[in-house]
Ligand binder design. Structure first.
Ligand code: PEP
Ligand code: MN
Length: 358
């Protein structure tokens, strides 16, 4: 039977950022019982940014988790970053392993873990690497899958960025959406705790994840979050978690009523025909680019003209505003269109230059 199963309710993983003491582990699990939590999380080896800070309780924490599993019949998950962690976690009966964001970024490292997982029957969750690279994330998942691991899930925990923002890690939602497009079978869990870095925002990001069709949530939960040894600002109490879960609005993927389903289908068809027109128009626009390339070559002009580009940005943003569209969105779109047009013209210019030379 699969461990990660899709049901009416999202798959909820809860527990502290780090296992700090026996009392904290057992106390958190006791407070979580009866809430429908599917998996208990706790970091036993902690990847810390600076040396000298608390780096996890190691083996004693695995023993507290073993007691927790036994007492509350709740499966446990820990982060593993070294082959030795895998061996120790499995020896202590840990049910699920996860690979952290700082490990997922390094293919050599992920491969070492994959090699250590060969022949082992334990579900593994792979967090996104810290940098926003969907291929790297998918690659890490494939390495673990190719080791023969029976079930692999993905955890979206956001991406590092130097820019200041309300979030600790940028969600960059198009990345998990793209992963799901490539791998519709993959179970994807959102970790709003590490995305937000602030408990006040966890509810909002959890709802966003459900609205975007994520399968589950991993929410850091601590009996006394302010005193937590790691990630104090983002953890929530079990009581607060109950409130978050209660307020989550669950959405379905297809319409319940036949008429709404039919109406939605009609709207989608209308959208499909508009998209066909957009692509048609883009193809015609690119034909013009080719003609322009020929003219520019004939007149020995540069392909890129800053004044023309400024004019495109101004006129298209003005039109966007008039039509209640975000000018940022339209400019971003035109950056792509203009870039493609420049490429087309460069191709024309360069191939004619080459012909003349030959
Ligand atoms: C964690 O889950 O506590 C953790 C260290 O996460 P990440 O790898 O996402 O930083
Ligand atoms: Mn944490």
């Amino acid at each position: 039977m699969s461990f990660f199963t899709r049901g009416e309710d999202p798959f909820i993983i809860a527990g502290p950022c780090s296992a700090e003491s026996r009392e904290q582990v057992l106390g958190t699990a006791a407070a979580l019982s009866g809430m429908g939590i599917r998996l208990f999380r706790a970091g036993v080896w902690k990847p810390r940014t600076k040396p000298g800070s608390f780096e996890g309780q190691g083996i004693p924490a695995l023993e507290w988790l073993a007691e927790m599993r036994e007492t509350f019949k709740l499966p446990a998950a820990v982060e593993v970053a070294e082959p030795e962690h895998i061996e120790l976690a499995l020896k202590h009966g840990v049910d699920v392993l996860w690979i952290g964001a700082r490990t997922a970024v390094n293919p050599f490292h992920v491969q070492r873990l994959a090699d250590a997982l060969k022949g082992v029957s334990v579900p593994v969750m792979v967090k996104n690497p810290v940098n926003p690279d969907v291929d790297l994330w998918e690659g890490a998942i494939q390495r673990i899958e190719r080791a023969g691991v029976p079930e692999v899930a993905a955890i979206h925990r956001g991406f590092s960025s130097y820019a200041s923002s309300a979030f600790r890690n940028q969600p960059n939602w198009p990345i998990p959406i793209e992963l799901k497009r490539r791998r519709p079978d993959l179970f994807i869990i959102c970790d709003p705790s590490h995305i937000t870095g602030k408990r006040a925002l966890v509810q909002e990001v959890s709802q966003r994840a459900l609205d975007l069709c994520f399968d589950g949530l991993m929410i850091e939960t601590h009996p006394d979050p302010e005193k937590a040894w790691t990630d104090a600002a983002q953890q929530v109490t079990p009581e607060a978690l109950k409130g978050i879960l209660c307020h989550l609005i669950k959405r379905r993927q297809s319409a319940e009523s036949y008429t709404s389903g039919a109406k939605l289908e009609q709207l989608r068809q209308h959208m499909d025909s508009i998209d066909a027109e957009i692509i048609d128009l883009l193809a015609r626009r690119m034909e013009l680019s080719e003609q322009m390339g020929l003219l520019k070559k004939e007149q020995n002009m540069t392909v890129y003209n800053p004044d023309r580009w400024r004019d495109i940005v101004d006129t298209r943003s003005t039109q966007a505003r008039r039509l209640q569209l975000s000018p940022e969105f339209i400019v971003a779109l035109y950056e792509k269109i203009h870039h493609e047009s420049i490429q087309k013209q460069l191709q024309v210019l360069e191939s004619l230059d080459k012909k003349i030379k030959d």
